[in-house]
Design a binder for this molecule. Structure first.
Ligand code: FES
Length: 106
């Protein structure tokens, strides 16, 4: 079972166990990690599940598709390593993934 680490803007780290096939957003919200609002429930239409992929992982996660990238344009403070966590599906390859949560989602 992959383990994800989500780090709040204040430095508080949360380690979350995730099932393969679920989204990072689902794993984080199930674990009640603050900073992932996910207002649309994972429909890629709100941008409130925004997170930054840790630089060490940036080349190891699948790229955002066009619809995710379009939605990210509405996210506050988009960066090169921005992702919508509802669109990032957990696989064994993501065991140990580290994400940083933006201050804007608190
Ligand atoms: Fe709304 Fe991800 S939960 S875009």
């Amino acid at each position: 079972m992959p383990i994800l680490t989500l780090i709040e803007h204040n430095g508080t780290a949360h380690q979350v166990k995730a099932d393969v096939g679920q989204s990072v957003m689902q794993a984080a919200t199930f674990a009640a990690v603050p900073g992932i609002q996910a207002d649309c429930g994972g429909a890629c239409s709100c941008g409130t599940c925004h997170a930054y992929i840790d630089v060490a992982w940036q080349d190891r996660v699948p790229q955002a598709d066009e619809s995710e990238s379009d939605m990210l344009d509405y996210a506050f403070e988009r960066r090169d390593n921005s992702r919508l966590t509802c669109q990032l599906i957990v696989s064994e390859n993501l065991d140990g993934l580290v994400l940083h949560l933006p201050a804007s989602q608190y």
